[in-house]
Design a protein around this ligand. Structure first.
Ligand code: SF4
Length: 238
């Protein structure tokens, strides 16, 4: 569906920075309180990013912001289980799922750059299929909410609760920073939230199918992403 943003003019960068500073003072252990603050301060201009590993973040935010836009980076390379989870999130939760699309289809990208660009140049593939579409879409919002957790990877241990996102020029809110993967799955089970079956099948971190491998129990949860390459992040959260 199309984005549902309602504010006709974005507030100034100065105003958004002030809101980010206010949000940074919130209790990082109170995800519900953070969601409420986000809904109150960004009515109609809030977006939730969701990889469709589960629908926990869309559910949490929609309790305070019914009908909120949920951005799904539809790269064209997802597992069928991920597409199924996206469909369930759209059907079962009070949210508006927005497919964020690259300029080129996979076929067009293959024709222009050769097949399986993700094997030869994953940075360019992610830039075209994730980064550019996300940046273009976030330009229409004042704040976005992500499910980044500090326990996910060494690169994420310092993730702030609320910050001004310098790269994209809006407020970034991470209500789950203190959560563990068990906290996420417990919330999903307690609230009947859709879960991607891959999570319990050796994929604690789920991305595009060609770039996501199974992880052995006890291994770094994100070690299955771009396995064998130095790349560890697609660039969205760095
Ligand atoms: S994760 Fe892999 S397939 Fe997906 S956009 Fe990045 S390089 Fe391309």
């Amino acid at each position: 569906m199309s984005p549902l943003t309602t504010r006709s003019t974005k507030r100034s960068e100065e105003e958004l920075r002030a809101l980010a500073a206010e949000g940074a003072l919130l209790d990082d252990a109170d995800a519900v309180g953070v969601a409420r603050w986000a809904a109150e301060n960004f009515p109609g201009t809030l977006a939730v990013a969701c990889s469709m590993a589960e629908g926990v973040l869309p559910h949490l935010i929609s309790q305070s912001a019914p009908g909120v836009d949920v951005l799904f980076l539809e790269t064209g390379y997802h597992f069928s289980d991920t597409i199924g989870t996206r469909a369930r999130v759209a059907d079962e939760l009070d949210v508006n799922v927005v497919d964020v699309l690259p300029e080129l289809t996979v076929a067009e990208q293959d024709a222009k750059f050769g097949a399986r660009l993700y094997e030869r140049d994953p940075a360019s593939c992610c830039a075209m299929r994730k980064m550019e579409p996300l940046g273009r879409t976030l330009a229409g919002y004042e704040a976005w909410v992500t499910g980044v957790r500090r326990d996910e990877a060494p690169t994420r241990t310092e993730t702030p609760l609320v910050t001004f996102d310098e790269k994209h020029g809006l407020v970034k809110i991470n209500p789950l920073v203190t959560w563990s993967l068990d906290d996420v799955t417990d919330y999903a089970l307690d609230n009947g939230v859709p879960i991607n079956l891959l999570l319990s099948d050796g994929y604690p971190s789920i991305g595009c199918e060609p770039c996501t491998k199974r992880v052995a129990p006890g291994e770094d949860p994100r070690s299955g992403r771009w396995a064998g390459l130095s790349k560890t992040e697609c660039g969205i959260h760095t």
